[in-house]
Design a protein around this ligand. Structure first.
Ligand code: SF4
Ligand code: SF4
Length: 217
């Protein structure tokens, strides 16, 4: 049996390679704007997808890694499906988010709370019971004003049966939960390895975000 070790130095090199790959991937973009026009989350981005593509083409990688766009992308893949140049924009956003997270860059307010609530809901029910998930999220933010402001958006969806009121477990929920726990154990072990190796890595760029505590269950 192989023992796979996490090497922080190699991980940093891998991230540099990934950035070069991303810059190569965006070369073919001719700024038609289809990706931005189809993106359901673009209204919340600081830079819309075609702007991100252009920024990557001209080397503004640091600015993109600090952008809210890569953090707020919901990975719906619409941009990728509609790009006439076959650029995997969603995949690029995901790669960049992975790098930004590993480099401990700032994430938009409540993004970690959102991620934890999302993962906790999936781990428990094997699917996403929307109201349960949103309740967990608002509890985590401790911001009742935000919940009140969003409630009018949820009510019509509940009335039309578009949102599950009572959460139900999906078939295979136990398996999802087991995978989640195993993944979290591995992530914690990896974080520990990175923390131990960090002083040996120049610039400390190999760190990972320190919020790997298990999502509330
Ligand atoms: S859809 Fe493709 S070619 Fe058009 S702007 Fe977006 S990435 Fe560039
Ligand atoms: S994958 Fe992300 S960037 Fe692409 S359309 Fe969906 S939300 Fe927008």
């Amino acid at each position: 049996m192989f023992l796979i070790r996490y090497d922080a130095h190699k991980a940093a090199l891998y991230r540099e390679k990934l950035i070069r790959q991303v810059q190569a991937d965006v070369r073919d973009c001719y700024q038609c704007g289809n990706c931005s026009a189809s993106c359901p989350a673009a209204f919340a981005f600081d830079y819309v997808p075609n702007q991100v593509m252009r920024m990557l083409q001209v080397g503004l990688v640091e600015k993109v890694l600090d952008s809210t766009a890569i953090q707020l992308c919901v990975q719906c893949l619409t941009c990728t499906a509609r790009c006439p140049r076959n650029i995997d924009i969603a995949g690029i956003f995901e790669d960049l988010r992975t790098i930004a997270t590993a480099q401990e860059r700032d994430v938009p307010e409540h993004a970690n709370t959102f991620n934890k609530a999302f993962m906790a809901s999936l781990a428990r029910y094997g699917q996403l019971p929307e109201l349960y998930f949103m309740a967990l999220f608002y509890l985590g933010t401790m911001n009742p004003k935000m919940a009140m402001a969003d409630a009018p958006l949820a009510l019509p969806m509940v009335m039309k049966g578009k949102m599950q009121v009572l959460p139900r477990k999906a078939k295979g929920a136990g398996e999802v939960s087991r995978i989640y726990k195993k993944t979290m154990e591995k992530a914690r072990a990896r974080e520990k390895a990175v923390a131990e190796a960090a002083p040996r890595v120049a610039g400390g760029s190999a760190g990972t975000r320190s919020s790997l505590e298990e999502a509330p269950r």
